[in-house]
Design a protein around this ligand. Structure first.
Ligand code: TEU
Length: 530
């Protein structure tokens, strides 16, 4: 089968916040259908839907109650079938979010197949990603069950072959409907060490990340299911190094096509806790992304992303979202889209949407944020100190309604949105997407280059100006061709050597003349020598 996904660009839709067609304040499948031409015009090839299965929404769909039903707030299976047909009619593909490390505690399996889950007589000291313990006592059984996330998300026991076969059967059901692949939620957590025990600081991750049988199970999944279809698979794999990524994604290993690294998303945190903030050092980012470009160049494949539904918006995080928002949004896109790998665009990134700053904790809905807030307030941390953390790293930054227009709630809904819209929708919205200087049109060009220029897919990566704390610069070389990518991550004017070749794209009026190039604040410019 061809590796079509190596030239594809993926667009991630968080359905709850994308487009509401029936005025209940919650995005839905018919809303997505309404916006397919907007996405097709952008040029993206694959749409990744965050979970649309039946769920009580303790974790907004990442707590699945029935894998074979569509969440009623999102619509019906007939709506889904129409969405799939409309996506294929436009020559695009659909990737589903496969959440099989855990289910909802309201899944019938939890009651009728308790051996599909993980039970112990005594808890370990491990802390959940969503605060508190990972163990919840169940009186009826007189034991504790494991939940790495919320207590309504019990972890599945992948050491149980019957559970694995049941998951594979469900995967085939969706693939036989014609879906084109899966994004696999925390798939490197499915194998836990058998003798789970206390860990320093309650961090049990060494006992469940990239565990003893994870490759055995993924090879089995590939042999029994994935290899039978022409599809794409991407694993969400926190705590994975390039070496481990090669093990997951090298074609010869017959497991997954690519994975999401988290290393670059941890460079602005001072400790193991995401809420422990520190400024990004650009040299750290350059070093890390060079490591991943080189680490997977000959074996395996990179996913390239700045944003998703769990991360704050990149223009506010690594760019500058007030005086230089448009320039820095385009600069960040340029930096990512000329690297080797499959790029992922998260809804609203193509508009330069920013983080949000609600003053009241009551305006936040994300379980991770709310549990953290409660825990820190109980520990005596002042409200203001916690809100600084939430404004910087809270997941609701990515989940405010998509901003379609300057209409109330950004045109997302005619009702009351489940999560308030970012008030800046009046200035930042999709109405301007046809403006030649819009962030949207800039992304459209970047996506087009990937289809057109083989060097972007296959070229060697070399970092330039390694020690410079403001400029991220690199070349790609292939078959005598060369791309030189300059990105100024600062408000400083920076002088760089004028490379060979012609200017391919830039986010300012292009530099003419001779001599060194003076990069303006947040300027990106790419030279192409054929
Ligand atoms: O996220 C996995 C994960 O590692 C999260 O803990 C993430 O790092 C954190 O939320 C960052 O703030 C996946 C899904 O993407 C996330 O939305 C789910 O909440 C989680 O798994 C449980 O399914």
């Amino acid at each position: 089968m061809t590796e079509w996904w190596k030239k594809s660009t993926v667009y991630q839709i968080y359905p709850r916040s994308f487009m509401d067609s029936d005025g209940d304040g919650i995005g839905d499948i018919r809303g997505i259908i309404q916006k397919l031409d907007y996405l097709h015009e952008l040029g993206v090839d694959i749409l990744w839907l965050s979970p649309v299965y039946d769920s009580p929404n303790d974790d907004n769909g990442y707590d699945i109650r029935d894998y074979y039903q569509i969440m009623k707030e999102f619509g019906t299976m007939a709506d889904f079938d129409e969405l799939l047909a409309e996506i294929h009619a436009r020559g695009m593909k659909l990737v589903m979010d496969l959440v099989v490390n855990h289910t909802s505690d309201e899944h019938e399996w939890f009651k009728n197949h308790p051996d599909f889950y993980i039970w112990r007589d005594e808890p370990t000291n491990w802390r959940s990603f969503f605060s508190g313990s990972v163990w919840e006592y169940q009186k009826e059984r007189g034991q504790y069950f494991l939940h790495l996330f919320s207590k309504k998300q019990p972890d599945l026991n992948w050491d149980n072959p019957e559970l694995r076969e049941t998951v594979y059967e469900m995967m085939r059901w969706w693939l036989d409907k014609g879906v084109d692949g899966f994004r696999m939620d925390v798939i490197n957590m499915i194998s836990k060490v058998p003798d789970m025990h206390d860990a320093p600081g309650g961090d049990g991750s060494h006992q469940f990340l990239n565990g003893p049988n994870v490759h055995t199970y993924l090879k089995e999944m590939n042999k029994k299911v994935l290899s039978k279809y022409d599809i794409v698979t991407v694993g969400e794999t926190p705590g994975t190094t390039p070496k481990e990524a090669r093990d997951y994604t090298a074609a010869k290993n017959q497991e997954l096509n690519m994975i999401f690294t988290f290393e670059h998303m941890g460079l602005d945190q001072a400790s193991g806790e995401k809420w422990d903030l520190k400024p990004l050092r650009l040299t750290d980012l350059k070093e890390n992304m060079e490591k991943w470009q080189h680490g997977l160049h000959d074996e395996g494949w990179n996913s390239l992303y700045w944003n998703n539904h769990d991360q704050p918006r990149i223009v506010s995080r690594f760019g500058e979202d007030t005086d230089w928002r448009v320039e820095s949004a385009k600069m960040l896109a340029t930096c990512l889209h000329f690297m080797q790998g499959t790029p992922y665009i998260y809804q609203g990134e193509e508009l330069g949407m920013t983080n949000v700053r609600f003053d009241s904790i009551d305006d936040y809905k994300d379980i991770e944020t709310l549990n953290m807030y409660k825990e820190k307030r109980e520990a005596g941390v002042p409200h203001e100190d916690i809100m600084v953390k939430i404004h910087a790293k809270g997941r609701d930054n990515a989940r405010t309604p998509m901003q379609w227009s300057a209409e109330p709630n950004g045109g997302f809904t005619t009702g009351t949105p489940w999560l308030k819209a970012n008030p800046n929708y009046t200035e930042i919205n999709a109405l301007q997407h046809n403006d030649p200087d819009s962030v949207y049109q800039y992304y459209k060009k970047l996506i087009g280059f990937r289809k057109e220029l083989e060097i972007i897919t296959y070229g060697d990566f070399e970092l330039l100006y390694r020690e410079d704390g403001d400029v991220f610069a690199y070349t790609r070389t292939w078959n005598g061709e060369k791309l030189t990518v300059y990105c100024n991550f600062s408000e400083n004017t920076k002088s760089v050597a004028r490379p060979e070749g012609e200017v391919l794209i830039g986010n300012y009026a292009l530099h003419l003349g001779e001599g060194d190039v003076l990069l303006k604040p947040y300027e990106a410019i790419v030279y192409y020598q054929q």
